[in-house]
Design a binder for this molecule. Sequence first.
Ligand SMILES: [Zn+2]
Length: 148
Amino acid sequence: MNYNGHRNGGIVTSVAVAAGVIFFTHDIVATIIATISTFIFALYPDMDIHSTPRKMFLPSGLLAVIALYFFGNHTASIILVGLLIVPLTQKHRGIIHSILGMLIACLAWNNMIGTLSPTTVLNGYLYGSAAIAGYLTHLTLDTHFKLV
Ligand SMILES: [Zn+2]
């Protein structure tokens, strides 16, 4: 599946996540962050190849790393460095396109967002769950389910 397909799939899943989160939480900020999480992770797996998501996420992500660092949130900045750098070291459709890679990346994302705005919504796993929804959309469109 190409970038446009993943983008469109990400939009559809993000809208579904937004509807679900606003319905169950009535929390507009949580809904916005969850929706963005879903969309980002619908594209994220293709960070393991020269691609539009890599061109989008590397510069913006590195700016966020610098900003987080200077605002004193070193934990979030280190997690984000990992999320940005690890896919660059992997072969295309390797671990980044696997269930294990999804769980690690989405748990890291959940913890990173948690350092920014602690939430008790869905026991604190809202943003990781939203990220998994996007990630699963990507893996489904690639029809590429591997455990590791
Ligand atoms: Zn892919």
